[in-house]
Write a protein that binds this ligand. Structure first.
Ligand SMILES: Cc1cc2nc3c(=O)[nH]c(=O)nc-3n(C[C@H](O)[C@H](O)[C@H](O)COP(=O)(O)OP(=O)(O)OC[C@H]3O[C@@H](n4cnc5c(N)ncnc54)[C@H](O)[C@@H]3O)c2cc1C
Ligand SMILES: *[C@@H]1O[C@H](CO)[C@@H](O)[C@H](O)[C@H]1NC(C)=O
Ligand SMILES: *[C@@H]1O[C@H](CO)[C@@H](O)[C@H](O)[C@H]1NC(C)=O
Ligand SMILES: *[C@@H]1O[C@H](CO)[C@@H](O)[C@H](O)[C@H]1NC(C)=O
Ligand SMILES: *[C@@H]1O[C@H](CO)[C@@H](O)[C@H](O)[C@H]1NC(C)=O
Ligand SMILES: *[C@@H]1O[C@H](CO)[C@@H](O)[C@H](O)[C@H]1NC(C)=O
Length: 543
């Protein structure tokens, strides 16, 4: 990276204030207008945008800026900074036995669904094969630390079965699943408007909760909300809690009800073969951004005269610091764990502290197809499902606490063991609050082969709230992870980044991801009608 602090002359500073500086080379569905950029201004980083973080949020931010460049010829340069040496952030895979011949396992964000239109569309358009996450998965049970509450056999598809399964109907009746399904569907209907052509950028997260009438839902715990809707209490505390615990490591009496409903909305869970991170790599490749891996952003300082941002970075390989000047910044990492020092304008809002859930992920291989029956106090011959989800209800009622949030079996590996023997092993994923020690693994599975551990700051502590972090921090400076305390998923980070990029392009360049049009009365509308384009329309992709 070159050393590129430039001293702005008064002339350049003035040039930057002219609207005609806006760097369109050509425009799309707009009056043809060609502007030239003063050479000094271009040099002075006037058209450079920095993206902090190369996870789902940052990589897609670069992609959206790239889309605007394609459509408008918007002459911007994008620098993406990432402190790790890979693209994907909380979406990354691990090779069992560090053997590249074996199928990789997801260590973080694993699944998305068809309603997640950006990732669905990206995997289609980029030519990545998806697989059905629950296909071929084992049978499932809910464990409360003392006993199994529910065992679902047969297909063992939690998200497809929770409504239909006879066992579910037997235990909880018809009303609880059907009422929950309708609440989930209402939530999804609102959510899907975020992809329509009439979707508007939101300047804060409350804009969304207000217009979707989600305010009261996000302000209640999942159990309060479902109890108020007269949903069977046991269903909520057993089955819904199994879903909130495996998805967010949080219980129904703690997690807010929007994320509770999101946890129940995973029907048709899919992933990209050999790793979702490939989508994020492709976002960056297609954006033609400059990607700086192994590069930690240390500080971002706004110059009050020019409104430009100086970003100080550290190259971790060389331990050399560098600075560069930017016109705009997309901040796409959880702020508090980024350790970035921000010096913005005095009126810039502060980002309230946001704790994240520490989550231990343990990946392992074992010859056992499931947890040993003896672990649960059963005789050796008892049939134990491969996937064990958990409820906290036993513990709340004075029982013992489950040692893990979830245990799931993810396919098999065949390994050449020594010279001749080929051994078949099962791959297992454990989510837990505490580290699972070797002796606990032995207690759970008997013989264990390969083990890999990771402690994540996984997702926000999703307590009921009516206040969210600011989306806009300063002029030309936007915060993608403001969305996470409402919904924390791979997909919603790509929606939040799209919004941030739209706001930034509009503010700095009078542009956007999609062309703006004007109706007969001169009112700005976002693009042509999508009515004729039907369900397939996705804002940002189809405009
Ligand atoms: C175990 C687990 C399972 C999950 N399962 C799912 C799932 O099945 N489906 C789903 O949709 N979501 C899931 N999630 C949530 C999902 O992974 C996250 O919501 C999403 O990945 C967040 O993306 P992001 O880009 O906002 O943040 P991140 O992925 O955290 O990206 C931020 C990036 O910024 C970088 N960074 C931070 N500080 C700096 C700095 N100072 N300088 C430079 N770079 C910096 C980080 O290294 C990181 O790469 C899961 C998460 C975990 C941990
Ligand atoms: C994993 O394998 C790669 C190359 O195959 C090697 O460079 C790396 O050091 C290995 N890592 C571990 C932890 O063994
Ligand atoms: C959110 O933005 C809207 C305008 O889009 C504004 O009216 C409202 O006051 C903002 N709310 C908060 C909490 O900042
Ligand atoms: C870090 O410095 C090394 C040595 O100069 C260089 O090769 C590498 O490209 C730098 N990394 C980044 C991300 O700039
Ligand atoms: C990243 O930095 C580490 C040292 O911190 C170094 O071992 C590694 O090779 C670097 N990776 C890249 C891609 O530069
Ligand atoms: C334009 O304005 C008129 C008068 O206010 C109104 O009746 C009409 O619906 C408007 N058209 C559109 C497309 O908004």
């Amino acid at each position: 990276m070159r050393y590129t602090i430039l001293i702005l002359t008064v002339g350049v500073a003035n040039a930057l204030q002219f609207p005609s500086w806006v760097p369109f080379v050509n425009s799309y569905k707009q009056p043809q207008a060609t502007y030239s950029i003063p050479a000094e201004a271009a040099d002075a980083a006037g058209n450079r945008i920095a993206v902090v973080g190369a996870g789902a949020g940052g990589s897609s931010a670069a992609f959206w800026i790239g889309k605007a460049r394609e459509r408008f010829g918007l002459d911007v340069e994008i620098d993406v900074f990432e402190r790790e040496d890979y693209v994907g952030g909380r979406s990354i895979t691990v090779q069992p036995y560090n053997d590249s011949e074996l199928e990789p396992m997801e260590l973080g964000g694993s699944v998305f669904v068809k309603a997640n239109k950006n990732l669905w569309r990206a995997s289609d358009e980029f030519g990545f094969e998806r697989f059905d996450f629950e296909e071929g998965s084992s049978t499932m049970a809910i464990w409360d630390g003392t006993e199994f509450l529910l065992k679902m056999g047969g297909k063992g598809r939690f998200y497809d079965d929770w409504f239909d399964s006879l066992k579910v109907l037997w235990r909880y009746g018809y009303n609880a699943p059907s009422k929950t399904k309708s609440l989930v569907n209402n939530m999804i209907t609102q959510y899907l408007t975020l992809y329509s052509s009439s979707t508007k950028p939101f300047s804060n997260i409350s804009d969304i909760t207000d217009s979707f009438e989600w305010g009261h839902i996000a302000a209640q715990t999942t159990s309060e909300y479902l109890d108020l809707h007269a949903v069977d209490r046991r269903w909520t505390r057993e089955l819904v809690e199994a879903a909130t615990r495996v998805n967010y490591g949080q219980n129904v009496d703690a997690i807010h009800a929007i994320e509770g409903l999101v946890s129940m909305a995973a029907t048709g869970a899919s992933g990209v073969k050999r790793g979702n991170y490939q989508l994020f790599e492709e976002f960056i490749r297609r954006s033609r951004a400059n990607l700086f891996l192994n590069t930690t952003v240390l500080s971002i300082t706004r110059d009050s005269q020019t409104s430009l941002y100086t970003i100080r970075t550290l190259n971790q390989s060389t331990v050399v610091e560098d600075t560069r000047l930017y016109r705009g910044v997309i901040f796409a990492a959880p702020f508090h764990s980024s350790n970035i020092k921000l010096s913005l304008s005095p009126e810039a809002p502060t980002i309230p502290p946001q704790p994240y859930v520490p989550l231990h992920v343990t990946l392992l291989s074992t010859t056992a197809a499931h947890i040993r029956p003896e672990y649960f106090g059963f005789s050796a011959k008892t049939d134990v499902p491969g996937t064990i989800l958990t409820s906290y209800e036993g513990f709340r009622n004075g029982g013992s606490e489950p040692e893990f949030n979830s245990v799931s079996v993810h396919g098999k590996v065949r390994r050449k063991d020594g010279v001749a023997v080929e051994k078949e092993e099962f791959l297992v994923k454990i989510f837990s609050k505490e580290r699972v020690e070797d002796e606990q693994l032995t207690n759970l599975f008997g013989e264990v082969g390969w083990v890999y551990r990771k402690l994540w700051e996984a997702y926000p502590v999703l307590k009921p709230t009516s206040e969210f972090p600011p989306v806009k921090l300063d002029r030309g400076f936007y915060y993608v992870n403001a969305f996470e305390p409402l919904i924390s998923t791979l997909e919603t980070e790509t929606i939040s980044s799209r919004n941030a990029v739209d706001l930034l392009l509009s503010e700095l360049f009078d542009a956007g991801i999609c062309p703006k049009s004007v109706d007969v009365n001169g009112t700005e509308i976002f693009s042509s009608s999508d009515a004729q384009k039907g369900d397939e329309f996705v804002y940002g992709w189809d405009c």
